[in-house]
Write a protein that binds this ligand. Structure first.
Ligand code: SF4
Ligand code: SF4
Ligand code: SF4
Length: 273
């Protein structure tokens, strides 16, 4: 059985407790941030943020304006494109649900970043030994029988942790049980072949900034179909990654001056989660 989280965005109050809990549990560095024009903060997901809460003012079906908040993070796809393209098996889907990253295997090719349909993996561009960074689904907490830190912290019950099959049924029960409250769509039930993070919303997911063009079928066969036609690109990517790894490891073995303070993480375009 695979674990999942159901996010009922109609219950979220935008307190960002989940963001703080994630930072704290994962010991992610803080940095100076600014509000976006929609009050989303940080404006962009960076390599020291595994999650952030999107703020959106949206029009309800009855024409009234309403604030919506949507926590975003890795979707932990059932059949993840990031894992399918990783040439060294650094990204792995666990039977329990999390898609985990093994930094000791990573060669820095960043192909996972290109393959992810949700724009999730980030790279430590400024680090001496850069790694890929993303939400872990708190796999280490789950192994201890604990819920993810963000779920455990949410004060409104927006985040519900449990078996995926049960949560899909619960989402559909809520849609049936409250006509007009939700759009008739559980985001993540079928997107990219299904994901471990599922969403309910009171307005269309496009209005909340979600990618509504993600195919419904699993992406690895499509991704492979694409990259299999460009083997020279794969070879180039792998060669570049191996070269980067070799140079970096050699530099690692040299004596180093004391580490300088880390700069603010590089950020990417806001529409990504
Ligand atoms: S959302 Fe992206 S990074 Fe996360 S499991 Fe899916 S493909 Fe991988
Ligand atoms: S599951 Fe863990 S790593 Fe992922 S957003 Fe929640 S607290 Fe952060
Ligand atoms: S902790 Fe819960 S209510 Fe607060 S922002 Fe996160 S999901 Fe929303």
């Amino acid at each position: 059985m695979s674990k999942a989280v159901l996010i009922d965005t109609t219950k979220c109050i935008g307190c960002r407790g989940c963001q703080v809990a994630c930072k704290s549990w994962n010991d992610l560095k803080g940095y100076k941030t600014a509000f976006s024009e929609t009050w989303t903060n940080p404006v962009f997901l960076g390599n020291n943020d595994f999650t952030r809460v999107i703020f959106r003012e949206a029009t309800k079906p009855d024409g009234s304006l309403h604030w919506y908040f949507a926590k975003r993070q890795c979707m932990h796809c059932s059949d993840p494109a990031c894992a399918s393209v990783c040439p060294v098996g650094a990204m792995v889907k666990m039977p329990e649900g999390p898609v985990v990253y093994d930094d000791s295997k990573c060669i820095g090719c960043r192909y996972c970043m290109l393959a992810c349909p949700f724009g999730i993996p980030k790279f430590e561009w400024e680090a001496a030994l850069p790694l890929v960074r993303k939400c872990t689904f708190c796999a280490e907490r789950q192994a201890l029988g604990l819920a993810p830190a963000c779920v455990a912290t949410c004060p409104t019950g927006t985040l519900l942790f449990g078996e995926r099959d049960t949560l899909v049924q619960e989402a559909q029960r809520r849609i049936r049980g409250a006509p007009g409250k939700y759009v008739n769509h559980v985001y993540g039930q079928n997107e990219a072949g299904g994901t471990s993070w599922l969403y309910l919303a009171g307005v269309g997911f496009g209005e909340l900034g979600f990618n509504t063009q993600v195919p419904k079928e699993p992406l690895p066969p499509l991704t492979w179909n694409y990259i299999s036609h460009i083997p020279h690109v794969i070879a180039g990517v792998i060669a570049f990654g191996v070269g980067t790894w070799y140079v970096t490891r050699r530099q690692e073995l040299r004596p180093r001056p004391p580490a300088a303070p880390r700069p603010r993480p590089r950020v990417e375009k806001e529409d990504q989660p």
